[in-house]
Design a protein around this ligand. Structure first.
Ligand SMILES: Cc1cc2nc3c(=O)[nH]c(=O)nc-3n(C[C@H](O)[C@H](O)[C@H](O)COP(=O)(O)OP(=O)(O)OC[C@H]3O[C@@H](n4cnc5c(N)ncnc54)[C@H](O)[C@@H]3O)c2cc1C
Length: 447
């Protein structure tokens, strides 16, 4: 089935011109659509949770992968082979009751396996477990012309690592084998600390990140001076059975992650402005305990509070929003970015700070050793100026931007952050992917 629809990423900006949209109901459809790709090429699209233009293809073909869910094979040793259209939500609902957990889970479960590999997503445990791609044993890919190939870190490793983090530009991932983690319960033991500024936060992260598998901080983008970047750090580990109370121990592997409602339509204006965002930040900071140890939290509370409400991106109104995410090598380069945001008058309330571990072998994977910062800004006058200034700080520090979040940077900024771009381009050329697999993002950034 094909239709012509204008699409957006999760940030609802920019809106792409219509693309021909086909549903990948099975492997044959994928092979046929790839073989038939025209002058404007083809883009695989998962659940559209990349914020910018990575899954858009104005005037070309977009292949909706969410119907490709035929394979789900969980083996006793914790290896899982799945079709690329499965969401991490459906996978977790099926594996957690058997005592398994996905090794890397991003801030929403509403992403597909294909999208998670293509963006090489990271979670709160990057400093311990690396990215999603590090746990992919092998994957099956439909390449230009429609052929099906299987690649892994040992079979055509260059194509494997160019596909991991390659934003769909080497081929269409149709299936992957993942290695899972064992868990005794579906709960987490969480420590919380509030810090009065970003320096206190970074001290705490330096001292204690390695004590826990998962660690992430929320920080305030509106406060300045001696309250600059005040923060709430949460760090935790999978909860052992012995830590559960008598109620939870009855069903220790319960997967309790409800969706309580949805934002039914986009209002004609953004609910998020500098006043509401400041009020939210104040509330978020004050409601956190100054120090708490060993609290048992469920999946929703610890990992995915945003998944409780469907289509929450609509609250930003018709203008949409931009998520800015960068990584810089050290605290000396991070603090000026926090200062610049705080002084700009552009306020974000969904703000994350986290330490990354080492990079992997992928030329385009985002995480590199250092500190990552993400903030959601409603689109309004002057925002592009702020973000261009932040780009300069990031580039000067030897940092980079995350393609899965980007909708506005330029080829020079990209190239400065990703020194192995030519390696990526040459793998693409070798497998005939250039011009066949493309996207609005690929065209904008000259990938
Ligand atoms: C609330 C929220 C929280 C998030 N938190 C995190 C986080 O903590 N860490 C993190 O790393 N990311 C995070 N993200 C970003 C998200 O994980 C990535 O953008 C992910 O790629 C989205 O997957 P998707 O299935 O929606 O793919 P889409 O957004 O539809 O596509 C993303 C890219 O993957 C490609 N692609 C999709 N399917 C395939 C396929 N089968 N074969 C080849 N290429 C394919 C597309 O072409 C595109 O380039 C978050 C996003 C949201 C909305």
């Amino acid at each position: 089935m094909t239709s012509r629809t204008p699409l957006t990423g999760w940030g609802r900006a920019p809106r792409s011109l219509p693309a021909t949209r086909a549903e990948a109901t099975d492997l044959d459809v994928v092979r046929r659509e790839v073989a038939a790709a025209g002058r404007r090429g083809i883009t695989a699209r998962g659940l559209g949770r990349s914020y910018g233009d990575a899954s858009l293809n104005a005037g070309g073909a977009v292949l909706d992968m969410t119907a490709l869910t035929g394979t789900f094979d969980l083996r006793e040793d914790g290896r899982l082979t799945v079709s690329a259209g499965h969401s991490l939500d459906t996978i977790l609902r099926r594996i957690v009751p058997h005592g398994w957990w996905l090794p890397v889970v991003p801030g929403t479960r509403q992403v597909t396996v294909g999208g998670a590999i293509a963006a090489d997503v990271h979670g709160k445990n990057h400093h311990v477990d690396g990215t999603f791609g590090a746990h992919v044993e092998s994957l099956r890919l439909v390449v230009a012309g429609g052929d099906l190939v299987q690649v892994s870190p040992t079979v055509d490793p260059d194509l494997f690592w160019a596909t991991v983090g390659g934003m769909g530009l080497t081929g269409v991932i149709v299936e992957a084998t993942l290695t899972l983690h064992r868990v005794e319960t579906s709960y987490f033991l969480v420590d919380t600390d509030r810090t009065t500024d970003v320096h206190g936060l970074l001290d705490l992260m330096d001292a204690h990140d390695d004590d826990h598998r998962y660690s992430v901080a929320w920080f305030d983008t509106a406060t300045t001076g001696d309250r600059l970047g005040r923060a709430v750090l949460t760090a935790g580990d999978s909860a052992p059975l012995a830590s559960l109370d008598s109620a939870r121990v009855q069903d220790p592997l319960a997967f309790d992650a409800p969706r309580l409602g949805t934002v039914p339509f986009a209002p004609p204006f953004s609910f998020v402005n500098r006043w509401t965002a400041r009020a939210f930040n104040e509330l978020w900071y004050r409601k956190a305990p100054a120090r708490r140890r060993g609290e048992v939290q469920d999946i929703t509370a610890f990992f995915h509070p945003l998944d409780i409400v469907g289509d929450w991106n609509r609250v930003y109104g018709p203008g949409g929003f931009v998520q800015y995410q960068c990584v810089v090598p050290d605290r000396g380069s991070l603090v000026p970015i926090v200062e610049q945001i705080a002084e700009s008058g552009h306020v974000s309330s969904l703000n994350v700070l986290k330490r990354f571990g080492e990079a992997n072998a992928s030329p385009l994977s985002f995480p590199t050793a250092g500190l990552t910062l993400a903030a959601d800004f409603p689109v309004r006058r002057g925002l592009d100026r702020l973000l261009t200034d932040l780009d300069s700080l990031v580039t000067a520090a030897g940092g980079r931007l995350y393609l899965a979040k980007d909708s506005r940077t330029d080829p020079a900024t990209l190239a400065a952050g990703y020194p192995r771009l030519d390696e990526f381009r040459s793998v693409r050329a070798r497998v005939g992917a250039t011009g066949v697999f493309t996207s609005d993002l690929a065209r904008r950034l000259d990938l």
